[in-house]
Ligand binder design. Structure first.
Ligand SMILES: [Zn+2]
Length: 343
């Protein structure tokens, strides 16, 4: 089979590889849509310590079950499934408390085992979710990024009353945080987005943002009137750059909360007197639980969330070029899907 292999910083090629072998309790999936994640762009540059070359990436994918291992229900054969790439041990104190996303023994398909940018991918049977008839693989492949948004919105709203929310960044994760925040109960007129890219701002408005601003200053100014000069109760930083982290602090009202989802920069300098005096709640959000993933898939299947018109699935051969292009910065294209078959 073919697979896209990441061989080190900015080194990626399509190579011939041996197909994965099915094991008891697992299935082989032929990915029909595998999305490129923003974290994989950082990974491609060699900026993510958790990825070791050579590696087949791809953790946002859906496709057809072509083989089943011992103990797996035969009805799964031939079904189109979405794959939750995240596994945890289920037995540690964090898993027992429901925080499976924080499990020290967690493993992600596409990081710890070969991912979806390949002809075939191995997945544990408990991680695959058959899609209803007529729902296509690209929709299923969005469950993983949306699950990140579901998790972030859940953490943002837990025990916190929110009048105004702001999402920084309208790439995939930002758009998912936006939709999850609205679907979790914040009226959409109260959720605004900050995004310098025109087409992405447009898309945020189409997907339910009440307003979209090109800069943090514009957004801060717009918050003045409706919040009596105080600022937003909830901010999502879907970028994770030093400037957006600082922007989040500038946008918050006293007692506000920011959910940090983006992983662009590691080290960041922030003025902490403001954090203390503003009694800010700085909340990290990492990945998602099985419940978050299921919620995301449910919304996608019901057509309540998405990324608008789905882009075509490109053949794996175009993968290395797509990564190289995405490194150059955000484009109007929110999501790039790849698969061996293309479309
Ligand atoms: Zn665990």
């Amino acid at each position: 089979m073919k697979a896209i292999v990441w061989n080190g910083p900015e080194e990626m090629s399509v190579e011939e590889m041996e197909e994965p072998r099915v094991a008891p309790g697992t299935v082989i999936v032929r990915p029909e849509a595998a999305g490129i994640c923003g974290s994989e762009i950082e990974g491609y540059l060699g900026r993510m310590g958790n990825r070791t070359p050579p590696l087949v990436m791809g953790h946002e994918f859906a496709g057809t079950v072509t083989e089943i291992g011992e103990g797996v229900n035969e009805d799964l054969l031939g079904r189109v499934v979405a794959v939750n790439p995240l596994s945890s041990d289920g037995t540690c104190p964090l898993c027992r408390a429901g925080n499976t996303n924080l499990c020290p023994n967690r493993a992600l398909i596409g990081i710890h085992s070969p991912g979806g940018f390949a002809g075939y991918t191995l997945a544990p049977v408990e991680n695959v979710y058959p899609l209803p008839e007529g729902v296509e693989a690209r929709t299923g492949a969005l469950a993983e990024p949306l699950a990140n948004g579901v998790h972030a919105a859940r953490l943002g709203l837990a025990g916190h009353t929110v009048e105004r929310a702001v999402v920084i960044g309208a790439g995939t994760i930002g758009l998912m945080c936006l939709q999850a925040a609205v679907l979790e109960g914040i009226p959409n007129v109260s959720v605004s987005v900050i995004e310098p890219h025109d087409a992405r701002r447009e898309q945020a408005l189409e997907l339910g943002a009440g307003a979209a601003y090109a800069s943090g200053e514009e957004a801060r100014e717009a918050l003045e009137g409706p919040t009596e000069g105080l600022g937003a109760g909830l901010v999502f930083d879907a970028v994770g750059a030093e400037v957006t982290r600082q922007m989040a602090l500038d946008l918050m009202r006293p007692g506000g909360r920011t959910v940090f989802v983006g992983l662009h920069d590691d080290d960041t300098t922030l003025g902490f007197h403001g954090v203390v005096r503003g009694q800010f709640d700085l909340q990290g959000s990492y990945a998602y639980t099985g419940e978050d993933y299921e919620r995301a898939l449910e919304w996608l299947v019901a057509g309540k969330a998405g990324i608008g018109e789905l882009p075509p699935v490109l053949p794996l051969e175009e993968g290395p070029g797509a990564f190289a292009e995405l490194v150059r910065g955000p484009s109007a294209r929110i999501k790039v899907f790849l698969a061996e078959m293309g479309e």
